[in-house]
Design a protein around this ligand. Structure first.
Ligand SMILES: Nc1ncnc2c1ncn2[C@@H]1O[C@H](COP(=O)(O)OP(=O)(O)O)[C@@H](O)[C@H]1O
Ligand SMILES: [Mg+2]
Length: 233
């Protein structure tokens, strides 16, 4: 993925996800149109229930749309087969969650290495890469700690290392500061912005906090599953 590539890295047209609920249905997102160029920092704002997680799950290939088109990094996600989707989820996008989602029985280094091992990389190569990332994230002294022995900020930085281990073109962060105090929240947002600046990664952050506002290059407002504004900073 290069920044010179003028083709948008995310193209959504009429993207809709409806959840069936008994005899009725709930709108996740409705008729979302988006074109995002590579290298942007996109901040998605909206209240709880506005559709932020639904949109990020679709972009991450974790869920399928009910209707509409979605092409991310040239992958047509609504028409991909399982093999392509697995590759896409593992190598093209990196995901960071509010609840960190670390494996409790694996230490920091092992958690960070896991997606690289699943992608078939050697243990040595995976560990080298993970140690470089964990060093950059200020976790060099924590490599053999288990998640339960870490602070929230350290857990989220471990999750960022894991998200970056396969060099994804896009980082999707769903309320990444939701379980952090403001100091650690600021640090996590700063790191997400830095990996955008340093390596040109496209970063999308869904949040209802204001921590990322000043760093956004594009700001998207969501309400009741519908985009209410898209603003270039
Ligand atoms: N798995 C699901 N089943 C049914 N409804 C869902 C599901 N996930 C989300 N929703 C509904 O979709 C809407 C958008 O939710 P969500 O994308 O989680 O919003 P946000 O992340 O902004 O809080 C909400 O009304 C929510 O209740
Ligand atoms: Mg959410």
């Amino acid at each position: 993925m290069t920044l010179e590539n003028s083709q948008p890295i995310i193209i959504a047209k009429g993207l809709t996800r409806i959840y069936p609920l008994g005899d009725s249905e709930v709108i996740g997102i409705k008729n979302v149109d988006l074109e995002i160029g590579a290298g942007e920092i996109v901040v998605i704002k909206g209240r709880s229930g506005s559709g932020k997680s639904t949109l990020l799950s679709l972009l991450a290939g974790l869920d399928r749309a009910t209707q509409g088109d979605l092409v991310v990094a040239d992958y047509d996600l609504n028409h991909s087969n399982d093999t392509d989707l697995t590759y896409f989820r593992r190598e093209i996008v990196g995901m960071v969650f509010q609840s960190f989602n670390l494996l409790p029985t694996l230490n920091v280094l092992e958690n960070a290495c896991l997606p690289a091992l699943l992608a078939g990389k050697s243990l040595l190569q995976s560990q080298r890469k993970a140690i470089d990332l964990l060093d950059w994230l200020g976790l060099k002294a924590r490599l053999t700690h288990l998640p339960a022995q870490l602070s929230g900020g350290e857990m989220q930085r471990t999750a960022i290392a894991r998200a970056l281990i396969n060099d994804p073109a896009i980082i999707l962060a769903d309320e990444p500061t939701g379980n952090l105090d403001s100091r650690n929240g600021k640090m996590v947002i700063k790191l997400l912005a830095e990996l955008n600046r340093k390596w040109g990664r496209t970063v999308m952050i869904a949040t209802h906090s204001n921590l990322a506002d000043s760093l956004a290059t594009i700001r998207i407002g969501l309400k009741d599953g519908v985009i209410t504004e898209i603003k270039n900073a």
